[in-house]
Write a protein that binds this ligand. Sequence first.
Ligand SMILES: *Cc1c(COP(=O)(O)O)cnc(C)c1O
Length: 474
Amino acid sequence: MKLVFERGNEGNQCTILPECDVPQVELTTPKREKSLHLPQLSENELSRHYTELAKQVHGVNDGFYPLGSCTMKYNPKVNEEAAALKGFTKVHPLQPEHTMQGCMEVLKTSEELLCEITGMDAMTLQPAAGAHGEFTGLLLIKAYHDSRNDKKRTKIIVPDSAHGTNPASAVMAGFTVVSIPSREDGCVDLDKLREVVGEDTAGLMLTNPNTVGLFDKNILEITSIIHEAGGLAYYDGANLNAVMGVVRPGDMGFDVVHINLHKTFSTPHGGGGPGSGPVGCKAFLQEFLPGKQVTGTEELAFKVPEHSIGSVKEFYGNFLVVVKALTYVLTLGKEGIPAASKNAVLNANYMMEKLKDIYPMAYQETCMHEFVMTLEKMEHEIGVSAMDIAKSLLDYGIHPPTMYFPLIVHEALMVEPTETESKETLDEVIGVFREVYEKAKANPNAAHEAPVATYIRRPDEVQAARKPVLRYEF
Ligand SMILES: *Cc1c(COP(=O)(O)O)cnc(C)c1O
């Protein structure tokens, strides 16, 4: 399709302005040397442009979207209504505190409820994404060790079943990563963990449920091994959709946790839009939190924690994302929150059971909110890969599962149905997965060609990531 710059014509515009009735003033400095290349489109052309773009994407509103580890649940529209209220959209972050008490109450209530859900004592809403939260949490761990003058703690232990952002964040925060393998059952190898902990251990980052969709059954032992070595325990809670309202990282011995509002708490994500990755911590780390904390009961006030690591994002993070998440938490309430998680787990197990006779599962245990299948055998025997199956699903209006992740499973497809899909949809999708499998078996070559009914077929993803074209050359 044409880019917006290639549409329209000189002089086309969307607004009709009245004649200028004030004297025109010629600006002296600073002045642009060349005129801007702005697209010139009528409202009709502009509207069609965006409609055409919208038709090319697949969103939760289009159909099933089982992208594992991403929790593409349906986002209730009431969240948007709340976030669109003028009192939230028309504030300026530098307004005097007494004029934005309502917004501050939103921040405070959100912090309190998220602390209750995670079992933490304090929280910052500043980080803008999950990985950003990890980075922030690691800086808290670093600040803690530094404050005790414990400078030798330079290593962060990361199991190989962690999300890929965990080791990356640890390196960015200045730590050395020690990777430990998982056991056959997908859980952390405790013997290996005992071997690597020591005086140089700053902490451990645990993704739980981990990237193979399993809840580590030795979790209490893991946190106590870390604590006994003098390290802190970090919980990657981006997969909280499996456990919210059922168990709490704080009760499992974790000192720091990040959660993804743009996954578990039903705020839209994808396409690089605004996210939010709040970080919760136990009381002894509160003094290091970034940004400002809302304090007080009657008249609320902002306060920078005593030994704050500084700001990790301007002002209060992505405030309107927090409004949406708070709306979601209050809509579901104390009963709805665990019910959502339990249904997410039920839906994943239902799909797994209905598919495992033809799609081999990487692990045989009961899964949490997602499951991982391995198509290694199929690829070996008939040359049909996880990619071919994923691409075939597109022709049925289904977004592919996460492909080739986690890295510890070969030919992996990771499926996360979420709780917002009905049994009817799940049954339909199970039917499609089975049909795709049968067709691929009967005609492997056709599977290599899929998808055939989409706007574009198989883009070169590697090239797109390695050599992104981000500027329009005039
Ligand atoms: C999504 C995810 C992250 C990263 O979150 P972003 O918001 O994409 O930065 C980290 N850990 C896990 C387990 C995740 O699923």
